[in-house]
Design a protein around this ligand. Sequence first.
Ligand code: TYM
Length: 340
Amino acid sequence: MSEDVLKKEKKPIIFSAIQPSGTITLGNYLGALKNWVSLQDSHDCIFAIADLHAITVRQEPAQFRRNIIEAYALLLACGIDTKKTLFFIQSHVHTHAELAWILNCYTQFGELSRMTQFKDKSQRHTDNVNVGLFAYPCLMAADILLYQADLVPVGADQKQHLELARDVAERFNGVYGNTFKLPDGYYPPVGARIMSLQDPTRKMSKSDENANSWVAVLDKPEDIMRKFKRAVTDSEAVVKYGENKLGVNNLMGIYSSVTGKSGEEIEREFEGKGYGDFKTAVAEAVIEELRPIRERYERFIADKAYLEEQYTKCAEIALKISARTLDKAMKKIGFIKGKH
Ligand code: TYM
């Protein structure tokens, strides 16, 4: 995508990002990535690997480096197309960290203290409750606001962060006049919250110690089958949505998100059948959805020169676009423009 495309065509602008966590899960895929891929024709999309966010927890350098490049290759394999979309690595575009600092100064301590993800993570990593973990939503707000994004496709767990980005933007605009577009969240109708296969009261997350609770996009077919077969359900043996059927609801959501079938269609399909058949069908649908991604991934990850060419080219354009917003915000605050 060239820099001018964003100016000429005036499609709504989308921004989203994902952390290079080492394992991209089915939750990430159904909650966010699948949407990203399908929005590329109708919108001007900008996506990033959020490596700056990832250092809010300690990273081992060699592994971190691998995780970043693997996440980049995996997203290309999912269908992110750099001919249509800007897709870069966050730390390559220095405006993100700069605007994040500025937004820190327009965000209240109390607001960030209320973020449930901060409360959760600081309880889980008591040995490293760092300031970055606390200020994380300001960096996320900077990511979004730099590109004047209209929409932000994310899973439901990011809703609170997105609302904070809007609040901060609105506050800044209130003080200095219109500077940032107020972004809206874009959540998939099904799949916005994929739950753990072992404890369906919790979201599917690779930080869960029990590896059977999550499916990775790159998991082998036999592992995917095994994890679904062990998924927690209930003793009712009826495939239908229900208040006390969190495990089944989750599997139905996954199946619906992958196949496009409605809840009613799924209920009809499995009428009179047990959970064994149902779990096998869900696993098979997921395996088929992920198979071509795994195959394409092997090709991308083997071609480091191609990956470098793509992320370098995209970062250059992203820098130009985002610098316009950063300059505008800095000028309004009263900074003197330097020569750089
Ligand atoms: P991250 O890396 O934790 O997750 C990436 C995306 O996957 C979604 N997701 C899920 N969706 C449904 N069910 C689940 N179990 C599930 N787990 C994860 C997340 O909602 C997210 O959309 N802070 C962000 C990354 C980020 C960002 C941004 C996002 C950085 N800057 C700017 C949007 C805009 C994060 O840690 O996502």
